[in-house]
Write a protein that binds this ligand. Sequence first.
Ligand SMILES: Nc1ncnc2c1ncn2[C@@H]1O[C@H](COP(=O)(O)OP(=O)(O)O)[C@@H](O)[C@H]1O
Ligand SMILES: [Mg+2]
Length: 390
Amino acid sequence: MRLLLYTGKGGVGKTTTAAATAVCAARRGLRTLVASTDAAHSLGDVLGTPLGPEPREVEPGLSAVELDARAEVERHWGRIREYLVALFRYQGIEGMVAEELALLPGAEEATTLLGADAYLVSGDWDLVVLDCAPTGATLRLVTLPDVAHGALRTLLRLQGALATVVTPVAREVVPVPLPDRHVFQDAERLLYRRLRRLRARLLDESTSVRLVLTPERMVIDEARRAWTDLSLFELSCDAVVMNRMLPDAAVSEAFFADWGRLQEERLREVAEHFAPLPVLPAALQDDEVTGLERLAAHGEALFGARDPAAVLSSSPRISFERDASGYVVRLPLPHADPSRLDVVKVDDELVVRAGALRRTLRLPRRIAPLELAGAHFEDDALRVRFERRD
Ligand SMILES: Nc1ncnc2c1ncn2[C@@H]1O[C@H](COP(=O)(O)OP(=O)(O)O)[C@@H](O)[C@H]1O
Ligand SMILES: [Mg+2]
């Protein structure tokens, strides 16, 4: 099963491109599901069919679903959230505020992804295309398995510290309400099964992110940052879609000539910056790209001889290299700013910080006992040295 995630700045054409990819792939014979994880759903409008939180067949071979974040939150975070609400209430934060707070930042996005996870493992689809929320939210979405992993592990450690027998007593004396065992059972289920599976799925070579851009400065800049950030979490991008390119017929007219030159320049810049990712240009259409026929034509023009579901390019992945004095962990981070990078080793984990983002990497068993001996940035990769302590 192949998983494609389309992301980019708001309004650039994520939903359109995701839907066009899905229609094109389905018509070429793949059992395809296109799912929207953006709370501001427009997938149904684009496909021209009302959609709901369960997959619905749009045409033979193609189904679509608008994942309902609220329902997913209830399903997956229900008990944990109840506990948090109780905890916030106890601290004097009442009613709605407590409920809102308990919707942990990122939880909503992550649970929509957990919702998609059920389709990923079902075996019903050859291709699942995710129409994601704008870049920032997508990043929270794909990094949450990592973040939640840490948070839930802390919860589980807390449980370890308070043996079940002690809990009723502790309830009397500890100044905060303690979660009951069901909370931990839910946490455990989330942590050990679904989040792990989801994390593995996102890092798998069958998953690719595609960045949707338009030839505009702010859009390009946001995509550049997104590429670096996604790399920190080992999500690989396999292509860039350059949407809303003025067609040749338009730029040959005097009025659009400057515009044409500018977009050519930006296209070159994007191709250079994002190399080795291929850049797929998509023309600005004379009307909105909605309905199956227009989407199919848009998809055909976008992919041409390419297979829309193929891995369109491969980028280097994290590697662990051995040399005479130890190991080097090499994490590709295209165009990262080295002055904003730092690393620290905590127990058997390597924590990499890139600006506001933090990635926790569990080290392989042969490296974990070694000492962090230094780090530097070279050839678009962070290299961290580990050596044996004498
Ligand atoms: N290549 C294109 N040509 C013409 N209109 C487009 C094109 N791509 C997107 N649009 C239109 O732009 C608007 C925003 O596109 P959409 O796919 O919803 O963006 P996003 O999902 O990134 O917010 C929609 O009205 C869509 O029909
Ligand atoms: Mg959209």
